[in-house]
Design a protein around this ligand. Structure first.
Ligand code: ADP
Length: 299
């Protein structure tokens, strides 16, 4: 199964150019779409989920023309939107059963089997008789996954799922997602770099509606070896450092500032080499030092 997205462009009626000529080839497995708020991730996710139209371009899921064969896509689509309503008074088991009917699983016995398996898979079996209104954020998200998994989707779209989860819920949720994806295309959109580094075998970085880089996380990190340098400084020296170096990120650590810069040679000036990570890939790409496209071109 491959999802082929070609030259997708979208401008909203208010003039915002949300997607610019987006082309991506997404194979089976967990694929991360990483970008800041407003980058265009949800617009792309909703377009893939057949909920809105692009102005231009094409999308194919193997032989299915996603933009023109919406019913076929919906039969094989699992979509967990950024925000979804639940019925607070419904019990988890009853509501999942109801969604299973909507998904076309009309046989009672097989529906009971499917619902039971999904509640167990999402670790909600023990709370299946509880009302959704009392669920924590993480439990609600896992219920959303159970709904999205009904009917064994070949294309699973998960839009910003970990925003708002506490650390323990987040780990549990990512573990659940990591079990998917062997035989289907799973796209995880997120602004959290760790979500991608922990889960995804391939990824794309998007900003201002444009794909800046498509890569395998491990290879992209390896590609930065020897190019990321760190110095811990007082905040007041930052403006000078920003003038003298390609500063890609600054982070507070116990009241001091950790500065990462990109440089192909030793920048001197008190900097030491550090092992790069995916966050360095992300910020280096966003700053335009690496990637397929320089972001300046997009402006
Ligand atoms: P992300 O999911 O990466 O945060 P979105 O796709 O939600 O990004 O938004 C991309 C851009 O499009 C943003 O500037 C946003 O304000 C704008 N946008 C999103 N939805 C609409 C809409 N329905 N009408 C007008 N502008 C929109």
């Amino acid at each position: 199964m491959t999802l082929q997205i070609t030259n997708i462009t979208k401008r909203y009626p208010n003039g915002v150019q949300a997607l610019r000529d987006v082309t991506l080839t997404i194979p089976n497995g967990m694929y991360g779409l990483l970008g800041p708020n407003g980058a265009g991730k949800s617009t792309l996710m909703r377009t893939l989920a057949t909920l809105q139209e692009p102005d231009m371009g094409s999308i194919y899921l193997d032989g299915i023309d996603v933009l023109n064969q919406k019913e076929e896509v919906r039969q094989t689509l699992g979509y967990l939107p950024q925000e979804f309503g639940i019925y607070p008074k419904a019990r988890a088991e009853d509501l999942l059963d109801y969604f299973a009917v909507l998904k076309g699983i009309t046989n009672r016995a097989s529906r009971r089997e499917v619902v039971e398996a999904l509640l167990k898979q999402t670790n909600l079996w023990d709370v299946r008789r509880q009302k959704l209104g009392g669920f924590s954020g993480g439990m609600k998200q896992r219920f959303g996954v159970a709904v999205a998994l009904l009917g064994n989707p070949k294309l699973m779209i998960v839009d910003e799922p970990t925003a708002g989860l506490d650390p323990a819920e987040r780990v549990r949720f990512l573990n659940l997602l990591s079990e998917l994806g062997e035989n289907s295309v799973v796209i995880l959109s997120t602004h959290i770099v760790e979500d991608v580094s922990e889960l995804c075998t391939r990824m794309a970085i998007i900003n201002k509606g444009q794909i800046l880089q498509e890569a395998e996380p491990l290879k992209a990190v390896a590609g930065l070896q020897g190019r990321i340098w760190r110095r811990i400084v007082e905040k007041r020296v930052l403006p000078q450092l920003e003038q003298d170096h390609k500063v890609i990120s600054t982070k507070l650590l116990s009241g001091r500032t950790v500065v990462h810069v990109y440089s192909e040679v030793d920048p001197g000036n008190g900097f030491e080499e550090v092992a790069p990570d995916l966050e360095d890939v992300y910020f280096t790409t966003m700053a335009g030092h690496i990637g397929n496209i320089k972001p300046e071109v997009a402006l």
